[in-house]
Structures are given as C-alpha cells and as structure tokens.
Design a protein around this ligand. Structure first.
Ligand code: KIV
Length: 263
C-alpha cells in the first residue's frame, strides 16, 4: 500500500534532515505525474490565476475556482499531501470568513491542508483554523496577494519583521511555512530557529524544502520567468514542435494514415 504524506510526516522529515519537495499543480494529469514522481506535497496554488488563467496577478482567483482545481488534483494524487491556497479576500475580512471558506475547501476538495499568506497579521486566523482541525501552511516574505501593497514582486529584506512573522505563524500552529523571495541567509536563520519546516521559493538552499511553480520549471509559461526558477524541461518548445508537426501532416495529407483510420 502507498504510504501517504501527511502534515506530521513533514515535521518528521525536518527532524531527520530530509528535504521536502513541493510543486504546484492545478489539474488531474499533472497531479498524477507529480505523484508518480514521488513529489512529497502538491500545492494547488492561486498562481493558477497567472499561469493557467492568464491574469496579471493572483487577486482575481475565487474560492470556487480553487475548489474546482483542488478537486481535480486530489483525484490525481494518492501519495502526496495536497495543499490548497485560500485566495485573496477569502480569509482577510474576518475569522468567520476564513473558517467558512477553509472549511469549504477541505470539505469539497478532500485536500489535506490549506495555505494562506501573511505572518503576524494572520496569527489569530491561523490559530482559529488549527483549533477547528484545519491544518494550515503559512506563507511569508513576498506574499503575491499583497503585490499592490509591496509595490511589485520584490525580494523582501526586512530581517526583524521576517523573523517575527515566522515565529508568529509557528506559534499559531501552522505545520509549515512557505518563504518566498527572501535573502538566503535570512531564510536559513529562520529555518534554524523553527521546529516546523520551511519551504523556500527564491529563498536559497537553507530551507527545509523547496517549492516551484510547475509551469515555470517546465517552461509552460513564458510571459515572465523569476530569476530563482530553474527550468528542468522545455515543454513549451516540445509542445510547439508537436503541434507544428501535426499541422504540417494534416495540411499535406499524411495524417491520418491507415493505422489511424477504420476500414
Ligand atoms: O500560488 C502559488 O503557486 C504559491 C507558490 C508560489 C508558493 O503560493
């Protein structure tokens, strides 16, 4: 039987010094590929709004959209822990909202946890969710839902504030924290100061795990590429090549051949 990854297995991995892998996915086929590749955790990120829906940022994404994508990913994964993002304005207005929307996501997708953005300001919200049995992954540093407040997608360098945010979410009961776009030295110090795992994105090698957006690492999204992304494959190029071949063969009559036709 497949051993599934849980929030407690991530804590155990940190304790043993085993690095944690996280990649985003938004649909069934990619969730299956991630699971077959033994990626530990799949994040149904609100980055879906940018890399799948084509918005300029994540702000327009709705809870219903997260539920749609979350369900597809949960259906495609047997082993990985699936974490679904709470989108912008689904948890910031009140704790009651946060409980209701996080509850819907857990109930309607079957995911194992939710993620929300913010440090000290979200401490009470995280605690309230954890108290009712909803595991929360926090997200500090560059928090894309606050892009208008932060003045763009920039590296976050305020060490004291970052350390306080990390402590606050850990004390509130988050089982892990994503640290985005933070100098490697600061992220390492945060990782060493916490008992919960840190998952870095643009935060250097000292984090307890790493996360990348699937469409960035596989070059399926070409509008922009953050400098911290490593391209592990160019599926955009491969896809264009395949589509050009298909188009040429249809136009010159070589597809469909007899093997693709019924007699
Ligand atoms: O939405 C997302 O994909 C994320 C990652 C960038 C961590 O939050």
């Amino acid at each position: 039987m497949t051993k599934t990854v849980s929030t407690t297995s991530l804590l155990e991995m940190k304790r043993k010094g085993e690095k944690i892998t996280m990649v985003t996915a938004y649909d069934y086929p990619f969730a299956r590929l991630l699971d077959q590749s033994r990626i530990d955790t799949i994040l149904v990120g609100d980055s879906v709004g940018v890399v799948v829906a084509g918005y300029k940022d994540t702000l327009p994404v709705t809870v219903d959209e997260m539920i749609y994508h979350g369900r597809a990913v949960v259906r495609g994964s047997e082993r990985a822990l699936v974490i679904v993002d709470l989108p912008f304005m689904s948890y910031q207005v009140s704790i009651a909202d946060a409980k209701f929307q996080a509850g819907r996501i857990m109930k309607e997708t079957g995911a194992g946890a939710v993620k929300l953005e913010g440090g000290i300001t979200m401490q009470e919200t995280i605690k309230a969710l954890v108290d009712i049995g909803i595991p929360v992954c926090a997200h500090i540093g560059l928090t894309p839902q606050a892009v208008n407040q932060l003045g763009g997608f920039k590296v976050q360098r305020e060490k004291e504030r970052l350390m306080q945010d990390a402590q606050a979410v850990a004390e509130a009961g988050a089982f892990a924290v994503v640290i985005e776009c933070v100098p490697a030295e600061i992220a390492t110090e945060i990782s060493q100061s916490l008992t919960i795992p840190t998952i870095g994105i643009g935060a250097g090698p000292g984090c307890d795990g790493q996360v990348l957006v699937m469409h960035d690492m596989l070059t399926l999204f070409d509008r922009f590429r953050p400098s911290f992304v490593k391209q592990y494959a160019d599926l955009g190029r491969e896809t264009r090549k395949a589509l050009e071949n298909y188009s040429r063969e249809v136009k010159d009559g070589s597809f469909p051949g007899p093997e693709h036709s019924f007699s």
